[in-house]
Design a protein around this ligand. Structure first.
Ligand code: SF4
Length: 385
């Protein structure tokens, strides 16, 4: 059965090489768990950026070069001089004592920087540490591994700190500021979700050695610039809920066969590239193939998914309430489209039994709006009174 599903996923991807997950793409799973299109594209290893671009909706997704450079230089500064600044932050935040602060860099193993070698060494050191052996508290750039949909995914946290009440903590070093103890919630959420993938991978690694999941804390340590300075500070972020959500999404990928079975057997997202790599497939045909898989667009897709402009255009074309976000959709339960909501508000549509209450509320809101703006666009007197 697994072979059949893999063949179907390969056919969906077509001739392009399989893309593997990374921490960012795994984290994105947690952001729109209902989306079948994203699940299918990711599980098949399809290149979402190339597909969106060829369908006519190139993404402006991802970090700018400026943001990446700033992030790298902040991380280097935090880790400079034997992690002096980092240790200061970890002592302040976690109350580590100096004798606990041993440091181990895991960016290569005797000059071998391959993921497999680094993962083997990481496993050896972290399992030993969890069993009470070893001399380190900080593990810099360990290499973790998760098997997602039968394919290995290597993941590299900024740092793992150990021996805080005998528990590992994942440390995320980010260059966005913490101002008066507060940081941008969207950026914190994004950093936390990424760290959840590390927590799950670290737990999986330790579980193979018979070590309980409790050995890895679900509180991540966020290290960021303090206020408007470049001086690092730290904060705990509770990631319990996100860890649970992401674990659920990973389990869903293992069941991707259920979803694939519902798709037309000849469906493919193949770009039919020529020898130079230039896609030859007509863009409208690709768009029609994408339309066959349900997508649940919401505004924050713009922050998380390369398909966002394509899906937004589709949602707008069918006047879907999804473009207005989950809060509006939830509020307008039983109403599927903006056209329907406007029709009910203007009294141009007759509500069914389930929509009666909402229709009254919409008509009331429309009347208030008309009174406020005095606009001819408001509902007609006859339909509202
Ligand atoms: S942008 Fe489209 S494919 Fe991506 S998560 Fe949102 S709805 Fe799904």
């Amino acid at each position: 059965m697994k072979v059949v599903i893999d063949e179907r996923l390969d056919a969906l991807r077509g001739s392009a090489p399989r893309l593997t997950y990374n921490a960012r793409s795994l984290a994105a799973l947690e952001n729109n768990p209902r989306c079948a299109l994203r699940a299918v594209l990711d599980a098949s290893g399809s290149d979402k950026a190339a597909i969106a671009a060829h369908a006519g909706y190139p993404s402006q997704f991802g970090q700018s070069i400026f943001a990446i450079t700033r992030g790298n230089s902040f991380e280097q500064m935090v880790k400079a001089d034997g992690c002096a600044e980092l240790l200061r932050v970890l002592r302040e935040t976690l109350e580590l004592t100096p004798s606990e602060a041993g440091y181990r860099g895991l960016e290569d193993v005797g000059g071998d920087g391959s993921p497999a070698a680094r993962h083997a060494r990481t496993t050896q050191l972290l399992v030993a540490a969890a069993r009470g052996a070893g001399d380190s508290t900080l593990y810099d750039h360990p290499m973790l591994k998760l098997v997602v949909g039968g394919h290995p995914v290597y993941l590299e946290p900024d740092l793992v700190a150990f021996r805080i009440r005998d528990r590992f903590h994942v440390v995320e070093i980010k260059s966005f500021p913490i101002i008066d103890g507060q940081a941008d919630p969207a950026l914190v959420r994004s950093a936390t979700t990424q760290a959840c993938a590390y927590i799950i991978a670290l737990r999986a690694m330790l579980a193979e050695a018979g070590i309980e999941p409790d050995a890895v804390s679900e509180k991540i340590i966020l290290v960021s610039p303090k206020n408007f300075t470049n001086r690092p500070t730290g904060a705990f972020v509770d990631a319990r809920k996100q860890v649970r959500n992401l674990a659920r999404q990973l389990a869903r990928i293992e069941r991707i066969g259920d979803l694939v079975e519902l798709l037309p057997p000849d469906l493919t997202f193949d770009l039919a590239a020529d020898d130079t790599g230039k896609p030859q497939r007509p863009a409208h045909e690709l768009a029609a193939a994408l339309d066959q898989v349900p997508a649940t667009y919401r505004p924050d897709c713009l922050n998380h998914c390369e398909m966002a402009f394509f899906c937004r255009s589709r949602a707008r074309a069918c006047a879907s309430l999804d473009v207005l976000g989950p809060a509006v959709r939830e509020h307008l339960g039983g109403i599927d489209t903006a056209t329907m909501a406007l029709g009910l508000a203007r009294g141009q549509l007759t509500p069914d039994d389930d929509q009666t209450e909402m229709a009254l509320a919409l008509r009331h809101a429309a009347r208030l709006r008309a009174e406020l703006v005095g606009s001819a666009d408001g509902p007609s007197a006859g339909s509202m009174r």
